[in-house]
Design a protein around this ligand. Structure first.
Ligand SMILES: *Cc1c(COP(=O)(O)O)cnc(C)c1O
Length: 390
């Protein structure tokens, strides 16, 4: 038989069975592991053989989750973290040192922005923002001490898209690492390693769980780089709980079928919004009106499950729209089976200055919809009745 394809490997990779030969992988809720004898313990600590020592280092459930993510992303190695932010933090702290510089896309997740602007400078790691609409601004920002390009595509919440092929080529030419937050696309829709990314991070809290239950994150990439990140994590302790890894490993088995439905529903919602008289602007990577639609379609299988739009009439109309929703949830999460609506400028990105928000396309009336798995006719009916009252 040929090697299984990613969507098969993802289902068939399983942690070792216990004595009971169970088909569904059990939860290994144990903080530590026992050794056969003193020599076994010595050999494991000396890394002369593989095996579990302590769940901060590894655990059968987290190993299964990492192996599945590697199969999906096409990467050599990984480490699972408690949250997506822990993954992003570890991907920087494990590899960079004081004096190093990062070139980051201006449109990054709110907490990533806080990390770059408020915390990393305390340890002498500086950054320059580049414009996702123009790859030449990344090249122009690279200095002698630049070690990493950090991007999020599509970005949260503005859904900007940058060419991974061009950034991969640039990173290689300049000898810097390309670190991609692949949370919005998931490995089912986009595999940054195929375009030369060295490091990939995820918030598994979102589409990977897909049902709004647990927090989680993962860092994936080249084995030599993950080794450094693993050692940083092993000593500082942002490990994923075995329970969350068990939940997330099961979630991954249905990722492809869930994403197909999320994307199909999102495309219909985006088309509906584009034709609505009370909607000013719609941004969805799967629509030809998206400024980087052709790039998105080159590197993504479909447009993803998020749609951004602005309600006609600014911030007050936006609030009336949110308050008129009958089915869609008002929540800060994304990637759930339930449709979720967020107003970024008053919530997720409220800590940014108005100027910084506008620079990444977060206008006062911008609304972000995480399109769920409900019957799309019910999603559209709810958005329509709320828009009519906005
Ligand atoms: C949510 C999110 C994160 C952070 O993930 P947590 O699991 O909440 O820590 C990072 N990047 C993006 C793009 C996100 O949407």
């Amino acid at each position: 038989m040929t090697d299984p394809r990613p969507d098969t490997a993802n289902i068939r990779i399983q942690a070792e069975r216990s004595l009971h030969n169970e088909h569904s992988v059990p939860l290994f809720l144990t903080s530590s592991f026992v050794f056969d004898d003193a020599e076994h313990m010595r050999a494991l600590f000396a890394e002369e053989m593989d095996g579990n020592i302590y769940s901060r280092f590894s655990n059968p459930n987290t190993t299964e989750f990492i192996d599945k993510m590697c199969a999906l992303e096409g990467t050599e190695a990984g480490y699972a973290t408690a949250t997506g932010m822990a993954a992003i933090f570890a991907s920087i702290m494990g590899l960079l040192k004081s004096g190093d510089h990062i070139v980051a896309s201006r449109a990054v997740f709110g907490s990533t922005h806080a990390l770059l602007t408020q915390y990393l400078p305390r340890w002498g790691i500086t950054h320059t923002y580049a414009d996702m609409a123009d790859v030449s601004t990344f090249e122009a920002a690279i200095r002698e001490n630049t070690r990493m390009i950090l991007v999020e595509t599509p970005s949260n919440p503005g859904l900007d898209v940058v060419s991974l092929a061009e950034l991969g080529a640039l990173a290689k030419r300049k000898g810097v690492l390309l670190n991609v937050d692949n949370c919005f696309a998931t490995p089912y829709l986009q595999r940054p390693a195929d375009f030369g990314a060295d490091i990939i991070t995820h918030s598994a809290t979102k589409w990977i769980d897909g049902q709004g239950r647990v927090l989680g994150g993962v860092v994936l990439g080249r084995a030599d780089l993950i080794r450094e990140i693993f050692l940083f994590c092993r000593n500082t302790g942002p490990s994923m709980s075995p329970f969350n890894a068990w939940v997330l490993s099961k979630s991954l088995e249905t990722l492809p079928v869930r994403m197909d439905r999320h994307c199909a529903n999102a495309l219909e919602v985006a088309r509906f919004l584009e034709g609505h008289p009370n909607v000013e602007m719609v941004k969805y990577p799967g629509l030809p009106s998206h400024p980087a639609h052709s790039i998105a379609m080159q590197q993504m299988k479909a447009g993803g499950g998020l749609v951004a739009f602005t309600v006609q009439g600014g911030v007050e109309a936006g609030k009336r729209f949110m308050n008129a929703l009958r089915m869609a949830s008002i929540s800060a999460n994304i990637g759930d089976t339930r449709t979720i609506v967020t107003h970024p400028s008053s919530s997720t990105h409220s800590k940014l200055t108005e100027e910084a928000r506008l620079a990444v396309g977060i206008t006062p009336g911008l609304v972000r919809v995480s399109v769920g798995l409900e019957d799309v006719r019910d999603i559209i009916a709810d958005l329509d009745q709320a828009l009519r009252q906005s």
